[in-house]
Ligand binder design. Sequence first.
Ligand code: NAG
Ligand code: NAG
Ligand code: NAG
Length: 495
Amino acid sequence: MASRVSICFFVLALSIFAFTKIGAEETESKEFVLTLDHSNFSDIVSKHDFIVVEFYAPWCGHCKKLAPEFEKAASILSSHDPPVILAKVDANEEVNKPLATEFEVQGFPTIKILRNGGKQAQEYKGPREADGIVDYLKKQSGPASAEIKSVEDASRLIDDKKIFIVGVFPKFSGEEFENFTSLAEKLRSEYEFGHTLDAKFLPRGESSVAGPIVRLFKPFDELFVDFQDFHVDALEKLVEESSLPVVTVFNSEPSNHPFVIKFFNNPNAKAMLFLNFSHEVADSFKSKYREVAEQFKGEGISFLIGDLDASQGAFQYFGLVEDQVPLILIQKVNGEKYLKAHLEPDHIAPWVKEYKDGNISPYRKSEPIPESNNEPVKVVVADSLQDIVFNSGKNVFIEFYAPWCGHCKKLAPILDEVAVSFESDPDVIIAKLDATANDIPSDLFDVKGYPTLYFKSASGKLLQYDNDRSKEGIIDYIGKNRDKATSQESSKDEL
Ligand SMILES: *[C@@H]1O[C@H](CO)[C@@H](O)[C@H](O)[C@H]1NC(C)=O
Ligand SMILES: *[C@@H]1O[C@H](CO)[C@@H](O)[C@H](O)[C@H]1NC(C)=O
Ligand SMILES: *[C@@H]1O[C@H](CO)[C@@H](O)[C@H](O)[C@H]1NC(C)=O
C-alpha cells in the first residue's frame, strides 16, 4: 500500500479529460483549505459533522490542477451557513500513509466526504472546478433528499442535464419511505434525490399516481422510469441500470462527463466509436450506432460515441491517431482491444457481430522495435517485451512509464544511473517501456499507475518492485534478487 499511492494514478476517465480542462492560476493569500496531517487529523475531523478531505501528492498533476479550484471553493464555502470545511492531507508523506490506507486511497487526488465526525466516509463524485465543487458540496451538506412541494420546486431541482430520483408517497413515513431515504443516503454522492406527496408537481410521467413509487428522471433515452420494488438492493440495482445511456456521448459538454465516467467504470466490454461530430456523415453514424447498441443491449457491451474534438486524451491513452477516424474500438474487460479504422456506417453492425462471435483477432499496440538500443536504459516495446524480459535469460528490471507522468520524469535520471552502474554486467538489463504507446500483457503485469516497476530474475521469478525509488534502493534490490544468467552466449549488445 505504501508505494501503491506514490504513482501517477490513471483512471481512464480522468486521463481522457486531462486535455479538456485547464486549471486556473494560483493565488497566494490566506488559505481556506485546512492542512491536516497524522498529528491532528482525528482531532479536527471528529469536531465536524461534515468535512471534505482531499488526499493528494505534491507531484501529482491532477492534484496541481485541482488545488486552486479547491481553494477557491473553500473560500466561497467558508461563508456558507453553516460553513463547509475543506481540508487536505499530503498522503505522500510517510507519516500520513496510515491515513491514506484507512480511507482506501488508491490514487491521487482522492477526495472523501466525512460525516458524523469521520464515522462515515463517502467518495466525492462531483465536479473539479470551483463553482461545481461549491454547488455539489452545498447539496451534500444538506438533507439527502429534498422535499418537492410545488411545480417550481420540481423545475428548480429537475433539469434535462442530469439524473434526478424522486420518491412519490402518500405520506412521509412507513417502510417504503424509510427504504427510499436509506437509498438516498447511500447514493447521495452520485445522484440527487427528492420526495413528494403529489406526482402532479413532477415534469414527466403519469401524474395521478399516489405512490409509493420511485421515478427516475434522466436526460437521455426514455427520459423517466418508474419503480415499485422498494427493497433497498433492488432500488439500487434499478438506479444503476437506468442511469447508463444506451449510447454515452463524449464531447466537450461538461454535463455529459458524469456519464462518461460511469461508462468507463462499468464492468462491461466497452465499444467506442470516435468521429468528427461536425462532419456531415456524423448523423448517419449516430443513428446506425444507436441501432447497434439497442440490438446488443444486455449482451455485456456498453457503447460510447466520442467527438474527435474532445477525444485527444482518449486517443493518447489508446494510442490512436486522427487519421484513423471514423474508427471503432472495443476493449474487453481483460484489456484486449479490437479495432476497425476508416469505418462506414454500414460496417458497424456486422463488425460488432463478428467481434461477438469471436471472429476478430485482438490487436496489440506496439511502437516499432528500435533499430539501435544503445542507451544504458534499454527501450522495450510490446513487440520486444517477450524476447527481452522473458527469453533473454537475464535479470531484467523494467519500468512501465507514461511520458506525461511527473513521477516518471523524476525517476528517469535515477534509472539511468542504475543502468550505468550495471553497464559492464552482462547478466543485468535495465529497461523501460512506454505503457501509453504499447499494450502490456495484463496477465503478467499489473500496471495501474505510473511508474510501475518489475523485476524478472534470470531464472524467471517475476516480482513487482515496491521499494524505495532511489539508486541505492534499486541496486540493492537487484543484488538481492538476481540469479545467474541462464544463457551464456547472448550478450546485451544483441538487443
Ligand atoms: C496540523 O498539523 C500540521 C503540522 O503537524 C500543521 O501544519 C497544520 O496547520 C495543522 N492543521 C490544523 C488545522 O491545525
Ligand atoms: C425495505 O428494504 C429492506 C431491505 O432491503 C427489505 O427487507 C424490506 O422488505 C423493504 N421494504 C419494502 C416495503 O419493500
Ligand atoms: C471536423 O470537421 C469539420 C467540418 O468538416 C472541420 O472543419 C474540422 O476541422 C474537423 N475537425 C477535426 C478535428 O478534424
